[in-house]
Design a protein around this ligand. Structure first.
Ligand code: ADP
Ligand code: MG
Length: 139
């Protein structure tokens, strides 16, 4: 069933000019990029986006990282887009990521791991709404 997921190409990836190569892997996996903007996240936006991790020891470091450089926020669409994108991303820790995944190819560490992808359809809706208006995602 066609659905949407939310993606972020993180600072470690934009700093290394990897947006095009990551987008090629996304499109190669059958996901359509239906919304895309380059933004510099504010501290407040990053804190809100990752608020589920607020109690984790890496939260401060994560907010610093996500606001260090511009990111590319995206809406991806396709069959089972949420699970499909998680497969293409690979494991959070690149040392555990499978061959052929974005994180295996490009991630530097468990923190600086190139991409975010929603973990459920419900969260995808919430995350898309934080960064996109309906007009920015033409059907
Ligand atoms: P994922 O991005 O794969 O869904 P999580 O939701 O568990 O992973 O974590 C969110 C983000 O927090 C990760 O992508 C990574 O950037 C960062 N992170 C997770 N675990 C750690 C850790 N142990 N140390 C530093 N940063 C981490
Ligand atoms: Mg997550």
């Amino acid at each position: 069933m066609s659905e949407r997921t939310f993606s972020i190409i993180k600072p470690d990836a934009t700093e290394r000019n990897l947006t095009g190569q990551i987008n090629a892997m996304i499109e190669g996996a059958g996901l359509r990029i239906v919304g895309q903007r380059r933004i510099h996240m504010t501290r407040a936006e990053a804190e809100k986006f990752y608020e589920v991790h607020a109690a984790r020891p890496f939260y401060g470091e994560l907010v610093e990282f996500m606001t260090r450089s511009p990111v590319v926020v995206q809406v991806l669409e396709g069959d089972n887009a949420v699970a499909r994108y998680r497969e293409v991303m690979g494991a959070t820790n690149p040392a555990q990521a499978d061959e052929g995944t974005i994180r295996k190819a490009f991630a530097l560490s468990v923190g600086e791991n190139c991409v975010h992808g929603s973990d459920s359809v419900e969260n995808a809706g919430i995350e898309i709404a934080q960064f996109f208006t309906a007009e920015q995602i033409p059907g």
